[in-house]
Design a protein around this ligand. Sequence first.
Ligand SMILES: *Cc1c(COP(=O)(O)O)cnc(C)c1O
Length: 353
Amino acid sequence: MSFINNWLRHDIQSINAYHVPESDGMLKLDAMESPFPLSDNLIRQYLSYLARSELNRYPNPSATELRQTLRKLMDIPSEFGVLLGNGSDELIQLLALACDANDTILGVTPSFVMYEMIAKLTRLHYHSVDLDDAFEIDLSAMLHAIANHQPKLIFIAYPNNPTGNVFCRNSIEKIITASNALIVLDEAYYAYAHDSFLADIKKYPNLVLLRTVSKIGFAGMRLGLLIGAQNSITQLDKLRLPYNINTLTQVSANFLLQEKDTINANAKIILAERDKLSSALGSIDGLQVYPSQANFILFKAPKANALFATLKQQGVLIKNLSNTPKLNNCLRVTVGSSEQNQKFITVVEKFYD
Ligand SMILES: *Cc1c(COP(=O)(O)O)cnc(C)c1O
């Protein structure tokens, strides 16, 4: 037996690592990235701004300026607190670290896989409630699970990944008021949705929101935020590692995220492209397209595994969810630029021709 097999926690040895598929040279429509690069003009200004950063010094510990920029970009009221993370994944971990040994995290299935993964890594219990056949929250099952498991944290993605829908607002409000848990609504896709719980933080002391810049054009930046009542954020901030947002991220984000008009305009383009792509997929015989409030589309397709393989062979990478519970024959495609979507849809149409 090797050293590490003896040494490492046994539950970690049996976990599958978070898998990121090889994508060199492929059209990436698998990870909800934005298709829009920075403009040449912006890059020039950005580089001279970046050159002023002092890499011999530690970053600003509380990223003061950047938090202001994010407040402006996302219209976050000044009375709420904002805590930054190295991607929202880090903030999910931070919330898990705030729990006591033996606490339970509650989620729904199918949803974002990191909630369960981080629960495992932090040795917390994880329980999840199946969504119904329309991918809606089964409220009575959820309320039962809350009563039975007394969760400390409840993660709900709004809109949900990988299904793309927003859950019934009334169900979520019932969950918030029925539980003593901290309810974490993950609004990674807020820019593509017609509803948000941002204003509701005022109403519900046990509600916090997660957001990220990953799905609005800056996945490479690794920057997420937790928004909540100021006193909650002040306490939770004790769990954050000092200097978790490095200088390059702070300076880059500070400059690039001031382009609110461009960011919003890009989101609008994606919304229009999403509608086009949905109709194109929907008009193919046998395909079932689920409604989306995000920058991706989930669809059920006959011979999904073969379609996925054909796309891959033609250089188009999407996400195969076909072997995921409740998502038999389902694939998820990120909405790209018009040309990218066209390339994708052409392969799909030919496959079923
Ligand atoms: C993509 C995604 C995230 C990841 O955010 P990062 O800021 O890139 O870590 C979080 N939550 C959901 C639901 C997502 O789909």
